[in-house]
Design a protein around this ligand. Structure first.
Ligand code: AMP
Length: 278
């Protein structure tokens, strides 16, 4: 496995054998089994696999959140080596955004809702850095988790709008044995908060069960989820949503598809999760 910091070194290694099919897995590091699932799928479907590890300042609307984001490059590189990754890019913020930097990518409508509404500028930062990753790696396929459902939709829209020549592959959410979605941010939970964090999955599955039993009122489904979160200590709701999975507009009645999703602070740590009903 080769590890590079500069764009020039990465590009050179990427193009050493141009006929190979490359898969790319963009990450912010502090890797877990959810990331490794993406890597595994990338290894199955491509000749070579590249991973980026970059905590992207442009997608953090809160400097404190950026500072507290967990990092452990050495451990990440060990995991990626074991997983059979070929190339890792670990640029510094100055390499990605030099002092003269002034170009950003804005995906307009779907970024106005949910994560975009509560984290202004977040998706602009995501779309910008992912565009740069696509340009630097020029992968045949890029892998993203369903855990960040809106991010996945934003990237797909951007790829279509800007004619990026690659396939976006969506991977299902990997969960801990009690249902908590794996996330680098889980490392910031105290043991009690970690216990309480199960409420996200509990709330989502309760709403899903109600929906599958015939409850079509989105308001009732939001109510079911809200009650479960509010009855759990240490929690604060950012949003609870029953939305259309392509437009992310809130639904009144669930007819066929719905994205049940939420962002919850558990003891100050912001966690997101979702279940797609198709
Ligand atoms: P992050 O490092 O959190 O930016 O995540 C990098 C990629 O891994 C994104 O495409 C995420 O959606 C994906 N990912 C993060 N957590 C999970 C998970 N628990 N299951 C599946 N994919 C995940």
């Amino acid at each position: 496995m080769e590890v590079f910091q500069t764009v020039d070194d990465l590009r050179q290694a990427r193009w050493e054998n141009p006929t190979k099919i490359w898969g790319l897995v963009p990450t912010m590091g502090f890797l877990h089994a959810g990331h490794l699932r993406l890597v595994e799928q990338a290894c199955e479907q491509n000749d070579r696999v590249g991973v980026s590890i970059f905590v992207n300042p442009a997608q953090f609307n809160n400097p404190n959140d950026l500072e507290k984001y967990p990092r452990n490059l050495e451990q990440d590189l060990d995991m990626l080596k074991q997983a059979g990754v070929d190339l890792v890019w670990t640029p510094t913020p100055q390499m990605v955004y030099p002092a003269s930097y002034q170009t950003y990518v804005d995906v307009e409508q779907i970024t106005q809702k949910l994560e975009g509404a509560t984290r202004p500028g977040h998706f602009r930062g995501v779309a910008t850095v992912v565009s740069k990753l696509f340009n630097v790696f020029q992968p045949t396929r890029a892998y993203f988790g369903q855990k960040d459902a809106q991010q996945l939709a934003v990237i797909k829209q951007m790829v279509e709008d800007l004619n990026f020549n690659l396939e976006i592959v969506a991977c299902p959410t990997v969960r801990e044995s009690d249902g908590l979605a794996m996330s680098s941010r889980n490392a910031n939970l105290s043991p009690t908060a970690r216990q309480n964090a199960i409420c996200l999955y509990k709330a989502l599955t309760a709403a899903k069960d109600a929906l599958l039993s015939g409850q079509q009122s989105a308001e009732m489904l939001r109510h079911i989820m809200t009650e479960i979160i509010e009855s759990t200590a240490m929690t604060q709701i950012d949003y609870v949503s029953v939305a259309h999975p392509q437009t992310f507009s809130e639904l009144e009645k669930v007819e066929s598809q719905a994205l049940l999703s939420m962002a919850i602070f558990v003891d100050g740590v912001r966690l997101i999760d979702n279940i797609l009903i198709d």
